[in-house]
Design a protein around this ligand. Structure first.
Ligand SMILES: [Zn+2]
Ligand SMILES: [Zn+2]
Length: 351
């Protein structure tokens, strides 16, 4: 079957696969592509979309366009725990009784998010930013929020607990389909891509199709920062994990990639090479900046973002610093930078 557009926001990809554009309110990404996969046991979703009434309405209307009532959904496979992917999972499960599957590393994040008292979170973030060299006036609001016992207001603070664990390398056991989980940590610790090991319905050359979540996108790079977890002080290397995971999906050489944002695309290996080159270039650029010792905060101020540092809003600065730290972590692991002994907050310098 040739892929064809039925009626937006639903795209039929052929071979019993559809995507539904589920809007993300007030977000430049615009929408999440929720994928629908027909199986002999009933329809299965890959991701669910943002938890918002308009998004829910779009999802259910999109399913109806594909001839599916949300009550009939058999299972939900989550690529990662972020609210634009996992947000509507509880509603879908409530409506249908579907099982919810997620990689254990992201399920752990979900459990901690649900259990964490807000003051613990504010305190953790304040300490982390201070250690990264953030100025006191940036940290002050967090300390205030902690001391006042203010609740957190971000979306996605009550994410659904999954019923099943996704085991990397294993088939998901969907009757009539071959869908294999590929663990692709980096963007989150438990991010998975789902490899549909079936011939491409339009005969495109390559190995089946890959639901790539946020791991591999045609026109943007996913955020790679340190995974924020007050209960875990492991020295992780998310950027290193991400780059390894990129090579991994490049080697799969799928005929087509069905990502969770933007649009479906082909030639995954070329996109992987492009992203690897982009990150190498970025790391090299950072080494130039690290000719003088810098804290992660000062490094973030000097890095290139989509707008000048002065115009970056508060919350996005925290994300930017986390991304700067992930890059420094990688450079240290590669032996290309090191911490300056005795510096406090710790500064890093190219070696
Ligand atoms: Zn994400
Ligand atoms: Zn996303």
């Amino acid at each position: 079957m040739t892929p064809r557009t039925t009626e937006p926001p639903v795209i039929e990809h052929g071979g019993g696969v559809w995507s539904i554009k589920v809007p993300i309110p007030d977000n430049p990404l615009g929408f999440t592509l929720v994928h629908l996969l027909d199986t002999d046991a009933g329809p299965v979703l890959v991701d669910t979309g943002w938890d918002d009434p308009a998004s829910w309405a779009t999802l259910t209307a999109g399913l109806a366009t594909c001839g599916v009532a949300v009550e009939d959904v058999h299972g939900v496979v989550i690529t990662h725990h972020h609210p634009d992917h996992h947000g509507l999972s509880a509603k879908v499960r409530e409506a249908s009784g579907a099982w919810l599957a997620m990689h254990e590393a992201d399920a752990a994040v979900v459990r901690r998010t649900r259990a964490q008292p807000p003051e613990r979170w504010y305190g953790y973030l304040a300490a982390k930013l201070t250690a990264a060299g953030a100025p006191a006036e940036h940290v002050a609001p967090l300390v205030r929020a902690r001391d006042e016992g203010r609740p957190r207001t971000l979306p996605g603070l009550d994410p659904a607990l999954p019923d099943r664990a996704i085991t990397p390398g294993e088939l998901l056991g969907l009757p009539g389909r071959r869908l294999r989980a590929v663990w692709t940590p980096g963007h989150t610790p438990g991010h998975v891509c789902l490899h549909l090991e079936e011939d491409h319905p339009a005969g495109l050359r390559g190995n089946g199709r890959l639901f790539s979540g946020d791991h591999l996108l045609p026109g943007i790079t996913p955020h790679i920062g340190l995974h924020e977890d007050p209960e875990d002080d492991t020295v992780t290397d998310p950027l290193g994990d991400y780059l390894d995971s990129l090579e991994r999906v490049g080697r799969l050489a799928p005929a087509e990639v069905l990502p969770a944002h933007q649009r479906a695309f082909t030639d995954a290996p070329a996109r992987v090479r492009e992203l690897l080159a982009h990150h190498e270039e970025r790391l090299t650029g950072l080494l130039t900046l690290l000719a003088e010792p810098l804290t992660p905060w000062r490094l973030a101020e000097r890095m290139e973002w989509n707008r000048p540092w002065a115009e970056i809003p508060y919350g996005s600065r925290n994300i930017a610093v986390s991304e700067a730290e992930a890059h420094v972590r990688r450079l240290v692991k590669l032996g290309r930078a090191e911490a300056v002994p005795g510096s406090d907050p710790v500064t890093y310098v190219a070696v």
